[in-house]
Design a protein around this ligand. Structure first.
Ligand code: ZN
Length: 176
């Protein structure tokens, strides 16, 4: 089991350009296992590879968020693309591993459909509304360098920046 360090906002690595996975190798399968361990250890609904400093286009969504039961394995999306979004635009509170303790209302399309490869290399599609629709869009955004702070107004942006500055001060003090 390997729990990886999360890249925290405003680390510029969260804005780097990602790339498609050319082949699902042992290295990629190991990365998926480590992302799974990291996501569960932090109780997250989803995680993108760029949040652990890897630029392969991969994200995971918790199995329960994806509509499975308590023990459902995470859904793994390799080289994902948004096929479509719609059913109106709704606001709801979001969190993100790269923004610890920040929860902020973000407006997004209610529904999204994503096509991707699984770890077995087969193409699949997942669609979902509300929490799942939101998680799909949030994680896909990470692979384009877009963060939830980019989707809120100036006032909320400043609040988030302040909170993150405080988080880094406390964290660096502990680490130092
Ligand atoms: Zn996030």
């Amino acid at each position: 089991m390997a729990v990886l360090d999360i890249v925290m906002y405003p680390d510029p690595r969260l804005r780097e350009t990602t790339f498609d996975v050319a082949e699902i190798t042992d290295d990629i399968r190991q990365l998926v296992r480590d992302l799974t361990d990291t996501m569960y250890s932090l109780n997250a609904a989803g995680i993108a590879a760029i949040q652990v400093g890897r630029l392969e286009r991969i994200f995971l969504i918790d199995g329960k968020v994806a509509g499975g039961d308590e023990d459902a394995p995470p859904l793994v999306f390799i080289n994902p693309e948004i096929v479509d979004t719609g059913k109106g635009v709704v606001g709801a509170e979001e969190g993100c591993l790269s923004f610890p303790d920040v929860f902020i209302e973000v407006r997004r399309p209610r529904w999204a459909k994503v096509r991707a490869l699984g770890v077995d290399g087969a193409t699949f599609e997942v669609e979902g509304e509300d929490l799942l629709g939101r998680a799909l869009q949030h994680e896909h955004d990470h692979l384009t360098g877009r963060l939830m702070i980019d989707l809120v107004g100036m006032v909320k942006k400043e609040v988030i920046k302040r909170k993150m500055k405080r988080w880094h001060t406390e964290h660096d003090a502990k680490a130092g």
